[in-house]
Design a protein around this ligand. Structure first.
Ligand SMILES: NC(=O)c1ccc[n+]([C@@H]2O[C@H](COP(=O)([O-])OP(=O)(O)OC[C@H]3O[C@@H](n4cnc5c(N)ncnc54)[C@H](O)[C@@H]3O)[C@@H](O)[C@H]2O)c1
Length: 432
C-alpha cells in the first residue's frame, strides 16, 4: 500500500472544492466502498486520544488508510504507531519512516499527504493547525478544546466559515454529541418537553490529572509540553480542557445561543508549589446569564480525596431533566414528580467515539459535509469566558470576552519559558 491512487486523490480534493461530491455519493454509497476508493488520513498528535481517533477512523470505513503521522515527540509517535499495528485494522496502517514527522511543524508535512486530518494534539496549537488544514482543502476531525483564548476562538470561527464555503467536513470531538442517550434527552429538551429552559446546573468534579517530573535534558518546552494539561497556554486551564464537555452540554441545552454575561470564582488550593502543576486553578464555579433571565451554573474541580460527580440538572417551565454523565439513566419529570420520559433501560449505547467517526466518514462518502465548527468553538469560548471571569474577578459580557486580545502562548517558546503564577482574582483585567 505504498502507492496511492492519484486520480482518487484528485477526485476527493476537487469534489471538496466544488460543493463536494454528488458524483462520489452515487458511486460509493456507504458500505459499498471499492478497494481503490481509499481515503487517506493523517494523525497529528499521537497521544492517547489521537491513537484512539485513528483506530476509530480506520474502523469507520473500509476504504480509510492511515498514511502519515506527526507528533512533537518521537517516543509518542512510536508508541502510537506500535499500538495501532496491534489493532484488527493494522493492514490499513501504512506509515513508513518517511511519513513519520516529529516536531511542532509536523502538521505542515502531514497535510499534503492526506485527504482527512485528525487534529488531536494539545489544544494550544489547534486554531493554527485547523486554519492550515482548511487552507489545504482537507476534511477535518478536530478534538476538543479547539482554542484556549479569544484570538484562537475568532480564528476557529473564521476557519469554520471557510471550511463551509469550500465544502469541507469539519467534525468536532465533543463526543457526547454523538452519544445516543444524550442525543435522545437533548432532543426531547430542544423539542420543548420541558417548556422553556430556565436554568442548568452542571457538575464536573474529578480528581487531579497525572504529572511528569522534570527529567535530565528536558528544555522548558519539553517539560511544559509533557505536563501540558497544567499549563494555561497549552490547555486553557482545566475548565477549558476537561469541564468543557459540561459547558458544551450547557450550550446544547440552551439551544446554542450565546450567553450575555458571565461571573465566576476559582482558585488553586491543592496545586501550590508543584512545578508540574503549572499555572492552572483546581476549581471554578461559573454562572452564565442568558437574555431574558435563564442562567447556567457549572461547578468543576480537580482535587484529590473529594466527592466526584458529573451530571446536569436542566430546569424548564414545565419540568426538569437529569443527565447522568456516568451512565445512560437520564430522565425527565414534570413538577408533580412524575417521570414523563426516561432513556430506555435496554436503549442503545454505541461507542460515541466510534459514532463520531462513522458520521464523519459517511458525510465524506455521501458528499454531504457536516460542519460542527460553530458549536465546538462557542462551547470552548464559554469555558474561556468562565476562566477569564474567575481570574479577573470581573463580570464579563460575551462581546468583551470574544473581543479580548489576550494571547496565552508565550511570545517565544524557543528558550526559557518561565512558569507563570496562577492569577489572583482581582489582579488582572477581565479583558485586554
Ligand atoms: N473527546 C474526549 O473525550 C477526549 C478525551 C481525551 C482527550 N481529549 C482531547 O484530545 C487532545 C489530546 O489529548 P490526549 O489525552 O491524547 O493527550 P496526550 O498528551 O496523550 O497526547 C497529545 C499529543 O500531542 C502531541 N503534541 C503536542 N503539541 C503538538 C504539535 N504542535 N504537533 C503535533 N503533536 C503535538 C504531544 O506530544 C502528545 O503526544 C486534547 O485536546 C484533549 O483535551 C478528548
Amino acid at each position: 500500500m505504498n502507492d496511492f491512487n492519484p486520480s482518487r486523490r484528485t477526485f476527493i480534493t476537487t469534489t471538496a472544492m466544488a460543493g463536494f461530491g454528488a458524483a462520489l455519493a452515487s458511486r460509493t454509497a456507504w458500505g459499498s466502498v471499492r478497494a481503490d476508493d481509499r481515503i487517506r488520513i493523517g494523525l497529528v498528535g499521537c497521544g492517547g486520544r489521537g491513537t484512539g481517533a485513528a483506530a476509530q477512523a480506520l474502523n469507520a470505513d473500509p476504504g480509510v488508510v492511515l498514511v502519515a503521522m506527526g507528533d512533537a515527540f518521537k517516543d509518542r509517535l512510536d508508541s502510537s504507531l506500535a499500538n495501532l499495528l496491534k489493532e484488527p485494522v493494522k493492514d490499513r496502517v501504512d506509515v513508513p519512516a518517511e511519513r513519520q514527522f516529529v516536531g511542532l511543524d509536523c502538521v505542515d508535512k502531514v497535510l499534503p499527504l492526506v485527504d482527512v486530518i485528525l487534529l488531536c494534539s494539545t489544544p494550544g496549537f489547534r486554531p493554527e493547525q485547523l486554519a492550515k488544514a482548511v487552507a489545504a482543502g482537507k476534511h477535518i476531525f478536530c478534538e476538543k478544546p479547539v482554542c484556549v483564548d479569544a484570538p484562537g476562538y475568532r480564528s476557529v470561527i473564521e476557519s469554520t466559515r471557510l471550511a463551509r464555503s469550500k465544502g469541507l467536513c469539519l467534525a468536532s470531538g465533543f463526543c457526547w454529541r454523538s452519544a445516543s442517550p444524550e442525543r435522545a434527552i437533548f432532543g426531547e429538551i430542544l423539542s420543548g418537553r420541558l417548556g422553556e429552559v430556565v436554568s442548568i446546573n452542571a457538575t464536573y468534579l474529578t480528581g487531579p490529572l497525572g504529572t511528569r517530573r522534570r527529567q535530565e535534558g528536558w528544555s522548558d518546552l519539553d517539560f511544559q509540553m509533557r505536563n501540558w494539561q497544567h499549563f494555561n497556554w497549552l490547555s486553557g486551564d482545566h475548565i477549558v480542557e476537561q469541564a468543557v464537555h459540561s459547558v458544551d452540554k450547557i450550550n446544547w441545552g440552551m439551544g446554542g445561543r450565546h450567553p450575555t454575561r458571565c461571573t465566576a470564582i476559582g482558585s488553586r488550593f491543592c496545586r501550590e508549589d508543584i512545578p508540574e502543576c503549572g499555572d492552572i486553578y483546581d476549581n471554578f464555579t461559573c454562572t452564565w446569564e442568558y437574555e431574558n433571565g435563564p442562567r447556567a451554573v457549572l461547578m468543576t474541580r480537580q482535587q484529590p480525596n473529594c466527592f466526584n460527580l458529573n451530571d446536569d440538572w436542566i430546569n424548564g417551565t414545565k419540568g426538569y431533566a437529569w443527565v447522568n454523565g456516568w451512565g445512560p439513566t437520564h430522565w425527565i419529570k414534570d413538577y408533580s414528580g412524575k417521570t414523563i420520559w426516561a432513556y430506555p433501560k435496554d436503549g442503545a449505547t454505541p461507542d460515541m467515539y466510534q459514532v463520531e467517526h462513522n458520521t464523519l466518514f459517511k458525510s465524506i462518502r455521501d458528499g454531504r459535509p457536516i460542519n460542527e465548527g460553530e458549536f465546538m468553538a462557542d462551547s470552548c469560548m464559554m469555558a474561556i469566558m468562565g476562566r477569564m471571569a474567575a481570574y479577573s474577578g470581573q463580570r464579563l459580557s460575551w462581546e468583551d470576552a470574544v473581543a479580548s486580545n489576550e494571547v496565552l502562548r508565550p511570545a517565544s517558546i524557543d528558550g526559557s519559558i518561565p512558569i507563570l503564577k496562577a492569577p489572583k482574582p482581582g489582579d488582572r483585567k477581565g479583558t485586554t
